[in-house]
Design a protein around this ligand. Structure first.
Ligand SMILES: Nc1ncnc2c1ncn2[C@@H]1O[C@H](COP(=O)(O)OP(=O)(O)O)[C@@H](O)[C@H]1O
Ligand SMILES: [Mg+2]
Length: 593
């Protein structure tokens, strides 16, 4: 009867042990399951000593020896718990001298020896019957052999391991680990103390069985408490992290939209909502194509999009995609926009700074040029008022006035290209190369003349060869380079502007026989603010390179110190009428509002 009761009780730790891996499959859960399993085997071991009336002594003897694996193996297992904690928690690394891999294998080997000894007469020689007392029914107890001392050493080692485990446990930083492993260590000490007391007959043997159930349940509850507390902590941490990420995403000045694998928008940051004046809740879970269509987002061609907010504020944005692969099932895409408004403004500022300077300098010499025809005009008008009208003089007056007009128009175009463009049509993007270069020459002639320098044009292009570029931009490039050449020339120097066709391009070479550029300086040509002139800005060439590149052209500088410099500009020929929109430049980009 007692036997059946004890067997039933001993199964409780086994059930708990079997259920643990369903909740968690970590290394430590497996070790805990094993601990409870060994506890169960230990209790079955004891239960069989009460099976005197059911089985032969030989069978009981065999089962007892077999199931002794339980109490014996708990020893290396307790060591393993300590080893696991030391391995995974830096704050208890100091215990490595005691808890290490070698120690574990030594103790495991020792336990296996103890177990093997147990099968010989050196371990257990036979059994005696203990008669029934007031508190215990009749049962068997083993008679131990001479090497049973190894079993006693094994038990002593359990206490030593548990003692060190407790030492490690109290030094753990993780509160939940600390509580659980303390429970485990105390549970083990409690069960083994009971075992010893019962083994020496102070209390009946089965007494330890009841206690082991208590420990099993305690550990089971302790384990779940630890798991659920850890889970709660992880949840709180996760929600804090997610709101932190949300905040970071919102204050990010870039425009961000997260899309799921079906291309539905699952997150939008504040920046994009502000830019497009949309409400997050109106867009969430909607298909991304809606946003794309509603705002005509230029996603595919990698160019800067000009976006005007309803308030009139203009932004320049470049859009892009990035795949975010979290794991095999969850695939997200980040749609982002980088705001280049400031950069664009700086570029424009740079452009206008250089322009203002050039215009200022040119204006002085042009004023001089205007005064000459004006003097003539004035003289004739005076003459007209004094005498009768003489039609011979009329065309001279008109010619001079035309020249003034021509020069002023050029100056105006350079100073205020926007005004000039708005007056004209999209044809302004189509440049008659020869015509424009002649105009630039016209602009520089007074200065060149004054300094005794020559500017000549050698044109090999067929008449009316066009290239596609904004007139003011083209002019700015030509003025910058001709001006640089002029500044590099000594008196009597000359500049040749050669124009011809080269492959599919119009080639313009500005060749001077000035002082040239040294090899060392050559490597830094085109770098902004790189100048060797007292009043230079060093941005002229940087702007030229950028403008030419923007129009898919190419600009190169070749020079030899003391000999001169050649600047070559290649621009694609334009066959058709340039009525289409210029996309690379903000000025022509479509406005989605
Ligand atoms: N044709 C040229 N001959 C000699 N040096 C030149 C020529 N063109 C450019 N450079 C050199 O390149 C520098 C940068 O030119 P640029 O960017 O136009 O700035 P800046 O004219 O204000 O100095 C000049 O200071 C000059 O040293
Ligand atoms: Mg310059």
């Amino acid at each position: 009867m007692e036997f059946i009761l004890l067997i039933a009780i001993s199964l409780i730790p086994a059930i708990v042990a079997a259920s643990l891996p369903f909740y968690s499959k970590t290394e430590v859960t497996k070790a805990l399951s094993l601990f409870l399993m060994f506890l169960c085997l230990w209790q079955i071991d004891i239960a069989f000593l009460y099976a005197y009336e059911f089985f032969s002594e030989t069978l009981i003897g065999t089962v007892f020896r077999l199931f002794r694996i339980g109490p014996i193996m708990i020893m290396p297992l307790m060591y393993y718990f300590g080893y696991y904690l030391v391995k995974n928690n830096p704050e208890v690394k100091g215990y490595k001298w005691f808890f290490n891999r070698t120690g574990f294998y030594v103790l495991l080997s020792f336990s296996i020896i103890v177990y093997l000894v147990n099968f010989t007469n050196l371990g257990v020689t036979g059994y005696t019957v203990v008669p029934e007392t007031d508190i215990a029914p009749q049962h068997l107890i083993p008679i131990y052999g001479t090497l049973n001392s190894t079993f006693l050493i094994n038990i002593l080692l359990v206490f030593i391991n548990t003692f060190f485990l407790l030492n490690v446990t109290v030094k753990l930083n993780d509160h939940y680990f600390k509580v659980f492993y303390t429970k485990l260590a105390f549970g083990a000490v409690f069960v083994f103390l009971n075992g010893i007391i019962s083994g020496f007959g102070v209390l009946p043997l089965y007494f330890s069985s009841f206690n082991s159930i208590l420990v099993a349940i305690l550990l089971f509850l302790g384990f779940f408490e630890m798991q659920s507390n850890k889970l709660n902590d992880a949840n709180t941490r996760l929600s804090k992290q997610s709101s932190l990420l949300e905040t970071i995403m919102n204050i990010n000045p870039n425009y961000l939209v997260v899309l799921n694998k079906d291309h539905h928008m699952i997150r939008l940051n504040d920046s994009i909502c502000h830019l497009l004046s949309i409400k997050k809740e109106d867009m969430l879970c909607k298909d991304f194509s809606k946003l794309k269509q509603d705002f005509a987002l230029m996603i595919e061609d990698n160019s800067l999009q000009r976006i005007m907010r309803p308030t009139g504020e203009v932004h320049f944005v470049q859009w892009g995609f990035k795949d975010l692969e979290l794991n095999d099932e969850e695939n997200y895409t980040l749609f982002y926009g980088v705001d280049f408004t400031n950069q664009k403004e700086n570029e424009e500022l740079l452009l206008s700074t250089e322009k203002t300077k050039v215009v200022g300098e040119l204006a002085a010499s042009i004023a001089h040029e205007i005064r000459n025809p004006l003097t003539t005009v004035r003289g004739f008008i005076q003459l007209l008022s004094e005498r009768n009208i003489n039609s011979e003089h009329e065309h001279i007056i008109l010619d001079e006035i035309d020249r003034i007009d021509e020069v002023l128009k050029e100056l105006l175009l350079l100073a205020k290209p926007e005004a000039a463009i708005s007056q004209t049509n999209p044809d302004d993007l189509k440049i008659d190369v020869m015509q424009e270069i002649s105009n630039v020459k016209l602009l520089f002639e007074p200065v060149a003349h004054e300094q005794n320098k020559q500017i000549s044009i050698i044109n090999k292009l067929p008449d009316h060869t066009f290239t596609k570029m904004q007139k003011s931009h083209f002019k700015q490039v030509m003025i910058n380079t001709v001006k640089n050449s002029l500044e590099a020339l000594s008196t009597n120097g000359c500049i040749k502007i050669k124009i011809d066709a080269f492959e599919e391009c119009v080639r313009i070479r500005i060749i001077d026989n000035g002082k040239g550029i040294s090899r060392k300086r050559m490597s830094r040509i085109g770098e902004p603010y790189f100048t060797n002139k007292e009043k230079g800005t060093g941005i002229g060439l940087a702007i030229c390179f950028k403008l030419i590149k923007d129009y898919e052209g190419k600009m190169t500088v070749k020079s030899k110190q003391g000999w001169g410099t050649t600047v070559t500009v290649l621009l694609p020929k334009s066959e058709r009428l340039a009525g289409d929109q210029e996309r690379k430049h903000g000025d022509g980009a479509p406005v989605p509002f």
